[in-house]
Design a binder for this molecule. Structure first.
Ligand SMILES: NC(=O)c1ccc[n+]([C@@H]2O[C@H](COP(=O)([O-])OP(=O)(O)OC[C@H]3O[C@@H](n4cnc5c(N)ncnc54)[C@H](OP(=O)(O)O)[C@@H]3O)[C@@H](O)[C@H]2O)c1
Length: 284
């Protein structure tokens, strides 16, 4: 049995779709906080179990009989470690033969504060003794493109990354990589730094949006504090805004860049280009 936590989320759903290409539905467990949101998966024969990271009593039953587990990191930006630990403990109890975890690019050395709980989760996994594969995901290109509507409205992307290069990739690519490490052998003990084949700066992203939209869009680089304030002004919670501004500052020092090519190798094709994701976002 193959299980995916957070399976009603955007990444989780894409992982389930990718698994369904090679694994029968009745061997896939969608381990979800709210089973009511997974009715469509159940209708397709996927087994749906409640698995709420903050309710450990749901985790043991959800993982009973599971051999390979993908733990998708929780959405909470702080306080994730105890939630992840609860899943790892349940996986240990269930005797899974492989746990895969969606960590963050260069989590062991990244200066970004977001990396701290990923690093700690990796340590808990290592201490559990479970055969494991660490998927150190780079930034989602979709993160950048969430700012596309305001950028088109105001003529600028804003950030605090200076000329930092982002090897951001599509969620779809990370999902296919996660499905590949579950569905194929030989990944236990590996740590993959997952990033797109081509990196870009935020100025290059703005230039590409200009080229495709026909409007002049610039990149306006701010201080970390000023960018944080823009994000809180746009309605983000203060702690999330601070973490995202901190991540941009870390990116200015290369934290979200990688050119090792592991993502393309895992998915067996070139990674989806920023240019094609911009085109899709402009169409939507
Ligand atoms: N690399 C990046 O750029 C980047 C960007 C954003 C996020 N991330 C990380 O990647 C993860 C997946 O991203 P995504 O885009 O799929 O996020 P998403 O669409 O917000 O989905 C997150 C999933 O986590 C589930 N979840 C949250 N709290 C939970 C809990 N206590 N117990 C069980 N499930 C819980 C949610 O359940 P519900 O469906 O019930 O809400 C949802 O299914 C995020 O959680 C975050 O750690 C990475």
């Amino acid at each position: 049995m193959y299980a995916v936590t957070g399976a009603t989320g955007q990444l989780g759903r894409l992982v389930i779709e990718a698994l369904l290409k090679t694994i029968p539905a009745n061997r896939i467990v969608a381990a979800v906080r709210n089973p009511a949101k997974a009715g469509d998966l159940a209708e397709r024969g996927v087994i749906v179990h409640e698995a709420d990271y903050s309710r450990p009593e749901t985790l043991g039953p959800a993982l009973a009989g599971v051999e390979k587990l993908l733990l998708i990191s929780s959405t909470e930006v702080t306080g994730r470690l105890p939630r992840h630990r609860a899943v790892i403990d349940a996986a240990t109890q269930a005797g899974v033969s492989l746990i895969a975890y969606t960590s963050m690019l260069h989590a062991d050395t990244s200066p970004a504060r977001l990396a701290i709980e990923h690093r700690q989760t990796e340590e808990v996994i290592a201490a559990s003794g479970l055969p494991a594969v660490i998927l150190r995901n780079g930034w989602y290109t979709e993160n950048h493109l969430m700012a596309l509507p305001p950028a088109l409205e105001h003529g600028a992307f804003v950030g605090a990354a200076k000329g930092g290069r982002f090897s951001s990739a599509a969620r779809q690519d990370y999902a296919e990589a996660a499905a590949a490490v579950l569905a194929t052998g030989g990944h236990a003990g590996k740590t993959y730094e997952l990033a797109a084949d081509q990196a870009f700066t935020l100025a290059e992203l703005a230039a590409e949006v200009s080229r495709q939209s026909g409007k002049t869009i610039i990149y306006n680089d701010l201080s970390e504090v000023a960018y944080r304030d823009v994000l809180t002004g746009a309605g983000l919670p203060a702690d999330l805004a601070a973490l995202l501004a901190d991540a941009d500052a870390a990116a200015s020092r290369g934290a979200l860049f990688d050119d090792g090519g592991a993502l393309g190798r895992l998915i067996g094709r070139p990674t989806t280009s920023m240019q094609s994701l911009v085109a899709a976002a402009l169409r939507s």
